[in-house]
Structures are given as structure tokens and as C-alpha cells.
Write a protein that binds this ligand. Structure first.
Ligand SMILES: [Zn+2]
Ligand SMILES: [Zn+2]
Length: 386
């Protein structure tokens, strides 16, 4: 099976490389991925697969499907959004090409060997910011799909070690402008409220369990130093590997917002700028299959015991149906921080691309195992239920 899949991947090699590099060269942030979406969908159409786009009411979401009669339905995901100011520092150009590769190779294998069932590719925008998968899941994109996987570039080859739940709040404090030199006593300083909120969170951080994170930035700190700022804003992420901890974390956060209001006599306005991403629920049998199929290609697999402190909207998919978010290495460096310039550069190397192809071959093998092996299918579903 692997040989045949590798032949399909070889045939698509230059096209897939072009998809990856085009997206890498033209980074687009969440819901603005017009070129990335067109590049991906054009390639799929050239390969002979019909594509639905827009999809789930989102301009840059898409769905491709190959059906070969009645049977199980297996899906892959392609992400393609970039990071504001950092280009493809998360390597989503490779996730996109990798998802397409796995989908096309699986479909071609199913056709050649008459394997019943269906394979789906979901093009999922805005992972880094506005939760494309959250909206797509709510719109029913997983209806009728039995399992879903994807693979993310990074420091090492590893199975899905889980991800934290996250929610993002924006707080805007309203005060009163006044001349900072001439009549500061007439002003109400909104920036002070932002800074006091940071002070409160910095103090609270010492009491946080290791599973939780709170981190933020100032998005508006006033217009000029000679004006007492009448508005000031900040954004915070609240994260936890244990999702139940998010609620008490949120309560403390809101208390601190209230405290900052009281101390400064400002008023605060709160909104959710980043939808809730659920903690991930990795699937044991699919994880073990990924490790096996990667090792069979001669790759070293790292087994991470710690749950990932980052987050992904794939968490929402994995809570709904059996799912796995695998990883593949794109650098031989010892360290490769996520969301970094080093990561961005690694995401467009020959080495990174080769590893993506191997990860895609492993994903195709998992899909085919799921479609053809009833016992494996049963194990995957049982694991999810437990
Ligand atoms: Zn990222
Ligand atoms: Zn990412």
C-alpha cells in the first residue's frame, strides 16, 4: 500500500511544492486567505476532484470529496492562514499542501483498488485567529464524517499529545481625556486601568496551576503623552489543558477587570475576540497507527508526555468525532520555537517539504486502514466514546 501511495505523491510532487511555496510567499491572515484558497482549490480541480467553495458560509473555506459507494467517511484538514506580522511562522502552507496530498493519494488508491467509502478534504481558514473550524463545525461540516485528522509542522515527529482550551477577551477601559500637564486632575486615565489589570494578572500568575496560562498585549495605550488617555484596550488569552479550569480562571480575570475599574474610576467594556477552542481529545488507536506508519518510513518518533500548551480549533473537531492532530519535523535543529522566524524559514525548505510528504503518506495509510479494517474502525470509535 505504501509504495502505491508514494507513487501518487511523487506524481503530484511539483504541483504540491508549488501550492506550498505560493502560499508561503503570499501570507494571508484569517478569513483573508483568498489566494491560498484559490491555489488549493485549483490544484484539487486539476487533479479531477470537485470542490465546494465558499463553504459553510465562509468565503475561504472549502470541501472536496471523493465517494466510491457506500462505506465509512474519513476526512483530512488543510489550514492555510498566516500570522499577523510573521508570515507563515506556523507553517500552515505545509498543512495545506499536506492535507491535499493525503486526500488525493487516498482517493486515487481507493479508485484503483475499488475501496468503498468516501474521503473528504476540509479547507479550514482562520485557525490562528477567529476559529474557522468552530464556525464550520457549528454549520455542520462534520455531519456524516466518521473520523478526521491533520498534520502540523514543528520541531519533531510526534503523535497528537493534546492541546489546551483557550478563549480570548478584549477589554476596553473608558475614562476621560484631559491635558496631561495643564489639568491632569480633570482626567480619568484609562491606560492606568490597563496597566493595573496587567499588574493584577502578573501577581496572580504565581498562583496558577502549571496547566494554565494567561497572557496579553496592549492594543491601545492612548494617542499622545500630553493627553490623559480616555480609552485604552488590551487583549488576553486564557488557556488551560484542563478545560474545566477555564471557568474559575475567567472569574478571577473578571474580578481583576472590576478591580482596575474601581482603582481608576474607569468603566470597562468586555468582548470575546477569540472564540472558545476546546481542549483536544486525541484518539489512541489513530495515534498508534501514525507512529507505526512514520516509523515504517524510517523516521524517528518522539513521544511527548506533556499535553500541548498551545491551542487549536481542531480541538472542537476532536470533541465532536474521533480526531488526531499529528506533527512532523521540518528542521534538524534541536530547538524550533513555534510562531518564530526560524519556524517560518523552515516551512519553505526542501527538508520540510520531504517530511510533509512522509507525514501525508502516513495519514493516507491511516485513512485506508480506517476504510478497510472494521476492527480498527471499532477501536477508534470505542476509544472516542471512552
Ligand atoms: Zn500557530
Ligand atoms: Zn499552527
Amino acid at each position: 500500500m505504501l509504495n502505491q501511495l508514494q507513487t501518487y505523491l511523487e506524481e503530484m510532487r511539483s504541483g504540491l511544492r508549488s501550492v506550498s511555496t505560493t502560499i508561503w510567499n503570499n501570507p494571508e491572515i484569517g478569513y483573508h486567505e483568498k489566494l491560498a484558497c484559490a491555489t488549493a482549490t485549483d490544484f484539487l480541480k486539476e487533479q479531477g476532484f470537485p470542490v465546494e467553495n465558499p463553504y459553510c458560509g465562509l468565503d475561504t473555506a472549502f470541501r472536496a470529496q471523493f465517494t466510491n459507494g457506500e462505506g465509512p467517511v474519513f476526512a483530512f484538514c488543510s489550514e492555510f492562514d498566516a500570522l499577523a506580522g510573521l508570515g507563515h511562522g506556523c507553517g500552515h502552507n505545509l498543512i495545506c499542501a499536506g492535507g491535499i496530498a493525503a486526500f488525493c493519494a487516498t482517493a486515487k488508491y481507493m479508485k484503483a483498488n475499488d475501496i468503498p467509502g468516501a474521503v473528504v478534504l476540509l479547507g479550514t481558514p482562520a485557525e490562528e485567529s477567529y476559529g474557522g473550524k468552530v464556525k464550520m463545525e457549528e454549520a455542520g461540516c462534520l455531519n456524516g464524517i466518521d473520523a478526521v485528522i491533520m498534520s502540523h509542522p514543528g520541531r519533531c515527529n510526534t503523535d497528537d499529545n493534546g492541546a489546551s482550551a483557550v478563549i480570548g477577551y478584549e477589554v476596553t477601559f473608558h475614562g476621560k481625556a484631559a491635558h496631561a500637564g495643564g489639568s491632569p486632575e480633570k482626567g480619568i486615565n484609562a491606560l492606568d486601568a490597563v496597566m493595573l489589570l496587567f499588574a493584577g494578572i502578573n501577581a496572580y500568575r504565581q498562583q496558577l496551576p502549571d496547566t494554565a496560562r494567561i497572557h496579553g498585549i496592549v492594543t491601545n495605550g492612548g494617542a499622545a503623552p500630553n493627553i490623559i488617555p480616555d480609552t485604552a484596550s488590551c487583549r488576553f488569552y486564557l488557556r488551560s489543558t484542563i478545560e474545566e479550569l477555564l471557568e474559575p480562571l475567567k472569574e478571577r480575570f473578571l474580578d481583576m477587570v472590576k478591580g482596575a475599574e474601581l482603582m481608576t474610576r474607569t468603566t470597562a467594556e468586555l468582548s470575546v475576540f477569540h472564540l472558545l477552542y476546546h481542549a483536544s481529545k486525541p484518539n489512541g488507536p489513530m495515534n498508534r497507527a501514525y507512529t507505526r506508519f512514520m516509523k515504517e518510513q524510517g523516521l524517528e518518533m518522539l513521544s511527548l508526555t506533556k499535553v500541548g500548551r498551545g491551542s487549536t480549533d481542531f480541538g472542537n473537531f476532536s470533541q465532536r468525532i474521533p480526531g488526531c492532530h499529528f506533527h512532523f519535523s521540518i528542521s534538524t535543529a534541536k530547538e524550533l520555537p513555534g510562531h518564530s522566524i526560524e519556524m517560518r524559514e523552515a516551512a519553505n525548505t526542501d527538508y520540510g517539504f520531504e517530511m510533509m510528504l512522509k507525514s501525508s503518506a502516513a495519514m493516507s495509510e491511516i485513512a485506508l486502514l480506517f476504510l478497510t479494517d472494521e476492527e480498527f474502525r471499532r477501536e477508534v470509535i470505542e476509544d472516542f466514546k471512552n
